[in-house]
Design a protein around this ligand. Structure first.
Ligand SMILES: NC(=O)c1ccc[n+]([C@@H]2O[C@H](COP(=O)([O-])OP(=O)(O)OC[C@H]3O[C@@H](n4cnc5c(N)ncnc54)[C@H](O)[C@@H]3O)[C@@H](O)[C@H]2O)c1
Length: 301
């Protein structure tokens, strides 16, 4: 049986995965806080992802790492830097030094939260983070890419939507993943023999999905749940939010600390509707007095 290290095992996602993966893997559970109620088949290995010595110790001898540990929402730069940027580097570097074959990284929808909701995105879009947290997830994906290409690590990045027994609100009808579907995705990430570097979306088979998750399906992910089952109940309680959060996939994360630059308000109103960017590109781009002035200024630089 494979030995799988879960970092951040004491958290919400870690707790769901422990339950869903029990009996299928030997689980090594690591967190900065103690993990409670260790059962047979589980071992505790306390550690701070921001400390390389800890990561070298806890990653020794495992077949795969499911890296969840870190700051799981928008927060102060120092917290994100410590837990998510330095922590993520340490996990990949410790995996490399200890010869761990595979790393599954818990990325997030917030790595691409500034895509609009009327656009369906797939695993090939470039990141558009909606927060420092989202930037840290894009960083994790990119360091994963580097370690895959340069050192041959096998890296599986899951842009997780929202892990919950049931979808709690309208936005999450589009990004929800049930704990058992997440366990299915994690199993694909551990077991598929042909992974070099992959990005997939961690979402159930939601009818209202904003993602084309064909890459996950190609690799063998067959989600069984659909948030639509809960839609009537969720929508009956729904209260419309701020139109700016309703416009973007990242929801309230796009609005966190919004207002640092007042001109952004105008910029947001001018975001073109889906499809108009393509049309403009086909037409060779329409010259406006503003774009001509900007081009002149660019030349001057
Ligand atoms: N919950 C979701 O729906 C969701 C969605 C997208 C991505 N994710 C990602 O999945 C992962 C797990 O999310 P979660 O909801 O369980 O978050 P959580 O906050 O419940 O758990 C995170 C765990 O990481 C641990 N941790 C924090 N700093 C650490 C450090 N320096 N060293 C070691 N451990 C540390 C915490 O103690 C905690 O147990 C996170 O990386 C999160 O960004 C979660």
């Amino acid at each position: 049986m494979k030995t799988v290290l879960i970092t951040g095992a004491a958290g919400n996602v870690g707790s769901h995965l422990r339950r869903e993966l029990a009996g299928r893997y030997n689980l090594r559970l690591s967190d900065i806080v103690p993990v409670k109620d260790i059962s047979p088949g589980e071992k505790q290995a306390r550690g701070d992802v921001a400390k390389m010595a800890d990561m070298l110790r806890v990653t020794k001898g495992v077949d795969a790492i499911v890296h969840l540990g870190g700051f799981s929402a928008e927060g102060p730069w120092e917290s994100i830097l410590h837990a998510n940027i330095i922590g993520c580097y340490n996990v990949f570097e410790a995996a490399r030094r200890n010869g761990v074959k595979r790393v599954l990284f818990a990325s997030s929808n917030h790595a691409a939260g500034f895509y609009r909701r009327d656009v369906k995105i797939d695993h090939r879009v470039y990141p558009k983070p909606d927060s420092r947290y989202g930037v840290s997830k894009a960083f994790g994906e990119q360091i994963g890419s580097l370690y895959a290409d340069k050192y041959g690590l096998e890296v599986f990045c899951m842009r997780i939507g929202n892990v919950n027994p049931v979808p709690p609100d309208k936005r999450r009808l589009s990004i929800w993943i049930s704990p058992r579907d997440l366990a299915r995705l994690v199993s694909v990430g551990i077991e598929n023999p042909n992974i070099n570097f992959e990005i997939v979306y961690g979402v159930s088979d939601n009818r209202r999905s904003w993602y084309d998750n064909s890459n996950a399906r190609r690799l063998g992910f067959l989600p069984q749940d659909d948030a639509e089952l809960y839609a009537a109940e969720v929508l009956a309680k729904d209260k419309p939010g701020d139109p700016r959060t309703e416009m973007y996939q990242g929801g309230t994360f796009v609005l966190a600390e919004y207002g640092g630059d007042p001109s952004r308000k105008t910029a947001i109103r001018k975001v073109p509707k889906a499809g108009t960017v393509k049309k403009a590109a086909r037409a060779g781009g329409k010259k406006t007095p503003k774009s001509m002035k900007a081009a002149k200024q660019k030349k001057r630089k």
